[in-house]
Write a protein that binds this ligand. Sequence first.
Ligand SMILES: [Zn+2]
Length: 139
Amino acid sequence: MTRVGFSVLTLDPDQGNKSPYGNLKIGEVYRLMFEAEFEEWWKAYPKRVGRIAAKAAYTKARKGGVPSEVLLDGIAAYRRMKPSYADWCHPTTWLNQGRWMDEPAEAERRRCPRCGGEPPCRSYTQCNERLFPHRKASA
Ligand SMILES: [Zn+2]
């Protein structure tokens, strides 16, 4: 995986004071590492709003043991699974809800984010029919 900015190779917490950032405390090494990883994740996320909250949620997930690669791969899966009519999830919500663990089968059973219908609508036409049943009936 290509990394930008700080690299986990040069900011390896296991290296401790042997890292090029030798005078840094271990917590500071982690902080810089998470910061660099967040930058990469943020650039990959399709909707970049609420950066400060998103960064806190990202750091919380990483501190909870979720690998950075998993969080990045989760975005790719999210891009594949999201229906075209649905808005992109707020990045903080996406992180706090653990959306990187979403599976296609579960996505099929989720409610439509636009009209709340189950299963999720497959087209704008279907969604509008659910949202405006009277319009369809009178047409
Ligand atoms: Zn719908």
